[in-house]
Design a protein around this ligand. Structure first.
Ligand code: HEC
Length: 165
């Protein structure tokens, strides 16, 4: 009987130590986060190949047309154009005002990494509960899509490019 108690209290001690260990790890994580070590500040350019976008002004009509064609085929099933309301993903309206052009192009061309690592994209995923699929869009096509979104914002929101850094 006595040795059962000893074994039991030994097990209990191990459990307590184990829990203590976990708590310590948590505290370390929290500290590191406070110091900005473990959790990076969100980069307003997002994550991917696109680090700088030259915007045309006035808008480029050919790019708008090609961007709209791609969007109608590959994107419109999940994104509405003239509203921010969600279909599957958020509507395009004001996207160029809430995000930088680099972020938008990285989201389109590097969506898997963005959804795994970019805090802004991750937050949207939590709300939408659907992962935007990789649509195999080239950088050139992504730039045309961006031009269409700029046109779309000018037309339906009355302003564009508010997200430019
Ligand atoms: C199957 C549905 C689906 C398709 C198709 C799709 N998306 Fe998305 N998109 C989403 C969802 C859902 C989100 C929000 C993030 C998430 O949950 O993955 C999103 C987010 C975005 C965002 C960020 C919006 C914001 O407000 O910041 C952009 C930009 C975007 N998509 C562009 C595109 C483009 C361009 C295409 C076509 C090449 C496309 N998407 C195709 C579902 C889709």
């Amino acid at each position: 009987m006595k040795w059962i108690l000893i074994v039991f209290s030994f097990a209990l001690t191990v459990t307590i130590i184990a829990c203590g260990g976990d708590t310590q790890t948590d505290e370390r994580t929290t500290d590191a986060r406070d110091m900005g070590v473990e959790q990076r500040e969100p980069d307003p350019r997002g994550i991917g190949e696109v680090t700088n976008v030259d915007l045309t002004d006035p808008l480029n009509e050919d790019m708008i047309r090609r961007g709209r064609q791609i969007s109608d085929v590959k994107c419109a099933s999940c994104h509405l154009y003239d509203t921010e309301e969600r279909l599957v993903g958020p509507g395009y309206l004001n996207v160029t005002n809430r995000r930088s052009p680099e972020w938008i192009m990285n989201m389109i061309t590097n969506v898997d990494v963005m959804l795994d690592e970019d805090p802004v994209a991750q937050k949207m995923l939590e709300e939408c509960l659907v992962r935007m699929p990789d649509q195999n869009v080239s950088l050139e096509e992504a730039r045309e899509l961006l031009e269409f979104m700029r046109y779309n914002d000018e037309k339906h929101a009355g302003e564009r490019d508010g997200g430019v850094l």
